[in-house]
Design a protein around this ligand. Sequence first.
Ligand code: IFM
Length: 468
Amino acid sequence: MNRPDASKLPPPVPRFPADFVWGAATSAYQIEGSPDADGAGLSIWDAFARAPGNIAANDNGDVACDHYRRWRDDVALMSDLGLQAYRFSVAWSRVLPAGTGRVNAAGLDFYDRLVDELVARGIAPYVTLYHWDLPAALDARGGWLNPDSAEWFAEYATVVADRLGDRVASWATLNEPWVAAHCGYLVGEHAPGRRSRHDACQAANNLIRAHAAGLAALRSRGVPSAGIVVNLTPQHPASDSPADEHAARLAHSYINRQFLDPILLGSHPEEMATLYGDAWRPLSAADLAAASRPVDFVGVNYYLREVVEADPAATPFGVKVVRQLGRPYSEMGWEIYPDGLREILVWVRDRYGDMPLAITENGVALVDPPVVDGTVADGPRIDYLRAHLAAAAEALATGVDLRGYFLWSLLDNFEWAHGYGKRFGMVHVDPTTGRRTPKTSAWWYRGQIEASASAKARPAAAAFGETP
Ligand code: IFM
């Protein structure tokens, strides 16, 4: 590990409040490996990734970053990098191998030890209960298509909150339910690989019901702060033609409002029937009422904007994303558009009202240079982070109640259908040895945290919406 001379790095971004929370994020399947260790059950991602042809280079999460075995060193690394908070997800099938019923004590112990170590090092744990790795045993019972899935999730939430709730202040029910429904049930690029409008609609509805049931379970356990994490992507029309504007409205409702409207307003966007056609089934009034019980925060994952045009031939909804000539794109093929972060945060505040928000993921996959002299000179990632933090600071300046920022991701990891080829980490992970090397961006981020901390009047909050 080689910390570069701070005076040679770009300056930190100013104007963050004293109690702003600075962290990094990961998810269980993407980093842990050892999927069947210590009595764990398998998840839909184990089955999906092991089936040939689903993942680039036929990669899978069997080893991933080996975090399940290296967790203690990884927490030490977080501490070296000055993180105040760490957002991670719990693997449901480690805790309940069959998804419901018997609790696997050894699986819970893993997260218990992780939380202890984080707390001992002064790093606040932020838990996400569901980051797409549904227990395979539950998929065999219909997965998110089964209306009982909401109760299964509540049972799981209760078990985890009972064990970790004394030390974890901040809880998210679901991560990016839109991706779980769209990629998993409509286009089949993610586990469980289904391709049906009917299934996508039903999965989306049951995910909303699961959020409601999980939130109620967390409330019953008295956790200080509970919310949900969504991915938001501004949708801009390619022209001012009515057809393109209609396409942008459809895409906006589908991606940005499909989950937030029921959860924050208790209603569905009016475009849902057009989008799903005869597969559309609204939630019942009782489900909508339960779904819209207040959350303490909304986590926003932001990566890109999309410029869209109407194209009747485009599947699934007649909306086509148009590549913008002359604009920068990441290795994911996503347009790098920092102002979209300001725009979407302001939109959330304006549409849904003032509430604590956090950027729970933001980061970029790039082709990094090799490790040289104990670091990776990823200047373009620093540029990306600075531009996005400047956009976040602008949102703050307009009065958005933004509480924190979590860089995606701590480590280069398993990027779902793209396998290990797409590298989002601020820490390089050697694919053969697993050796961790902080990239220059990690040291720059440490400087960003230190600069904000030196202006601090009081310590960072342990949870959004909670006063430290
Ligand atoms: O890696 C994912 C993460 O699991 C969810 N949000 C987007 C990231 C980058 O694609």
